[in-house]
Design a protein around this ligand. Sequence first.
Ligand code: C2E
Ligand code: MG
Ligand code: MG
Length: 652
Amino acid sequence: MGNRAARFTAPLRAAAIVLGVCTLHFMALAGVTLEVLRPDLEAIDGTMLSALIAVTSLGLSCAGLATAVSARRLQLERQRAATDEARRNAAFATALRHMSNGLVMVDAESRISAINERARTILGLDKATAPEGASLRDFLGGIGARQGWGADRLQRLARGHLDRLAAEGNSRTEEELEDGRIVAVTCQRTPDGGFILTFDDLTEYRTAEAEIAHLAFHDPLTGLANRRGFREHMQAVVGHGRHTALLVVDLDRFKPVNDTLGHPVGDALLVAVGERLTRAVGENGSVYRLGGDELAVVLGDVDEPGALAIAASLVSSIGETFDVEGHTISIGCSIGMTWLDAGERPTEGLQRAELALYRAKERGRGRVEVYETGMLEQAQERRQMELDLKHALESEGFELHYQPLFQLSDQRLLGFEALIRWKHPQLGLVSPAEFIPLAEETGMILGIGAWVLDRACHQLRRWPANIHVAINVSAVQMRSPDLVDEVVAALKRHDVAAERLEIELTETAMVEDGDAIAETLRRLRKLGVRIAMDDFGTGYSSLAHMRNFELDRIKIDRSFIDTSDDDIGARAVIRAVTSMAHDLSILTIGEGVETPEQLARLTELGCDVAQGFLLGRPLVQDAANNLVTGQQIEDDAAADRAVLALVRKDAA
Ligand code: C2E
Ligand code: MG
Ligand code: MG
């Protein structure tokens, strides 16, 4: 409203001023008498003079107008600049208010020229203690008073920032406040000689970071440090080179708990185990969960008896029953121990402890074994053998040899036991005793066993129907759900009657996991396949097994045949076995017959069949073929048969 009125009155006021000026001007002119002081100018024409005056006046008026216009423009520019500044100030104030960071501007005279509320909130200050215009000293004093920081700390803080500012042009620190919050403080120079401080509350970020770090280094279930945490710690302790023992703890019988009672109970059990171990180790060291049911303990500054005593206490502590979710659970643990060498990599110590653990498990579990020199080399050899064995399996690197079995009553060749040989490129023919245990541990026995089955059936197809072949089957194969189907398929593939195939299984293998194996044996037997208990007398030597398992043959172990000459006990066992077997319609086979005397004794004790070097060594396929077709093969084979005839005559 006021502006509009001013717009109307301004021209009027200007006109009045112009009129006033003109009136004054002309009145003054009217009162002026011009006298010519210079006679030489008299000659100037009056008209000329008037024109001159008029032009001059016009010029002056134009100059005045131009001055007025530029004065106005200047004024407008000033107004615009003032408006812009006001706008900028308002924007700055808004930005300050809404910034997530705290901001404090300090001018060249060390006064607080601007401060936002966020800065006050972060630092726990209020407007009264940290006003705009306060000196930097008072501002810092306020922070110190609020956070309980002494002058020393404040001075160190300020000096640190100022030094870094001078050196690098900016500075950043992280400060922990009295209430535990973490605040990043940055400081930057401004062109006017002052500086800007910003405050950033990092508490949430740092907490999340710490949680992530904790998760990365700890097992969420047990809260124990995990494999990564273990590696970190190992790096630290190995560096110290102190007398540090590493124990790898493996839980025995944990899998059945998990399988039968379910994973929640398994998990709860692991938590309880972790707590028990932590308690038992106490101040002497720390406990880690490396994964699954494998845990580790690192004992610092211990001597050998001390470490062994702690390890033994861990075994007995885990051996006590656990009450978990209403279940009383009995497990145990095996421990492998090693000493950590200064400067070695964490994995090296772990590898040694695991080898010792492997031995502890091999030797019956529930015990502590310490790493011994040479174990590593053995393990490397084993690893190499594993690779070679795998290669052999893929490249038909095996062959079967056939050892003949003769019926004692009439020296008739009944059949053969197929015995596998590994054609090793460097070592030559390797005995199964050397690689079958490894094949069983690695599961490669399943592939090897399938190959043996196929080759044996293939060979049976080429031999007359009255010849049988026995193959050795390990407990691992017996537990495989595919075994029966594989046997059926192999017999069918080669069109061989099931009755011509025999399966030899050791007594130990039969008894482990008895029910499941008995069931598989029953199914095989139902097909017509004959079942032989191998190496009888080396395992449980229980006559009850003859009744419990449906058997067709019992192979009396070589050790009895060997000692039968002068050991009445061995003879008594052979007699008892043969007589009981006859009652149960089970055929008895004497293994490892090497001398005519042993053969005579076996016949005398009622054994039905014999196998051994005396009668025939394991033969390559062609030699076995020749034996079957009754051809004369080697001189010593003929001699063998002559011996057999001789012995039979003697026995009669
Ligand atoms: P086994 O089943 O008891 O086989 C008899 C072993 O005694 C054979 O050893 C045989 O060569 C040896 N032998 C036979 N007669 C005599 C003798 O008069 N004196 C002596 N000192 N030894 C004799 P081999 O071939 O080294 O086999 C060792 C063991 O390896 C076998 O014992 C059997 O348990 C296992 N085996 C052999 N082939 C296979 C196979 O294909 N699969 C599986 N799972 N195991 C096999
Ligand atoms: Mg055998
Ligand atoms: Mg045997």
